[in-house]
Ligand binder design. Sequence first.
Ligand code: PEP
Ligand code: MN
Length: 358
Amino acid sequence: MLLRLKRALTERDLESILLLCKDLGYVTRFLDEARELLELCGEGAPDHCARLTDLTGVAEILRPGAPSELALRSSGSQEDRVVSVHEARFGAGNISLIAGPCAVEDEARLLEIARGVQAAGATLLRGGAFKPRTSPYSFQGLGQRGLDLLAQVRAATGLGVVTEIMDVRQVAAVERVADMFQVGARNMANYPLLKELGTTRTPVLLKRGQGATIKEFLGAAEYILAGGNEALVLCERGVRGFDRVTRHLLDVGAVAHLKMATHLPIVVDPSHAAGRADLVRPLSRAGIAAGADGLMIEVHTCPGEVHSDGAQAVDLNTLEHIASDTVALAQMDGRRVVGTSQVLDNDGIISPTITPGT
Ligand code: PEP
Ligand code: MN
């Protein structure tokens, strides 16, 4: 069972709550730094719910056994959560752009792409060092060498880094470099990994599995939140459809639904949904229009030399247009795109001026 406590309780209030929980037979632990989420383990006394509800410091008792309590808005009133990642901000009207290659390939290319995406308005650089590939014979990523290159480019550009983690054994190495862990679609249900990431305080981008229902997606999110890591951003990247014209189906309905159902930010990845560079810009527009708090775009500067997902990589010019579209759409509903000037020039291109997030 979980108790959500009222904000800013005094030590005395906290002590009396902990004491009562102990008297009722529970072992307790706080799940967050603000000490507002208290987990109660054990059977407890039969009249526990009534006694706990009566306590002045308890805001609510979260239903035992519900799969996604922490991710959901309680009675529709909970404010949007803002997740800060380096200069990027996601949620509560803040939109941020993540862009970069599918995989880290070599130093010169990574730096070239990083500088380009930064100039276009991205605040976070993406790039996988560990790549989950359908075939074991395809390029698997550079591994530790890829992480080292990300660290170098991070230092050279000041961009934050988002990179994929596939295994609990990679946590320490990836965390040394990443400003945000990416959990890929194939690992959305890797529960030991999700649990481990819940114990860290590094932000997580959790991608929806290719065949995952919203309930399963939020259940996966819950694993991370339940460990006390609240810096979680969801990512819709398309689900499996029946038509092969696009690689996956971008579920914009899920984006709109999740914005209502949860207080967590959600990012759209149009690249893996489309599987085709020519559809990335229109799907980006659709994602932002549906309420997404950010985009994650695969970009490459040399289409003939891409090591993975080449067909869906857009060039820097297209990324600039996507950024401009995003600014224009954000202006329509009073949101802001972090890292960009809000003013479009005469050609409809945004100024690349970096404005620090708030
Ligand atoms: C990726 O971001 O490169 C990736 C492998 O994505 P997904 O997990 O959505 O397939
Ligand atoms: Mn990819």
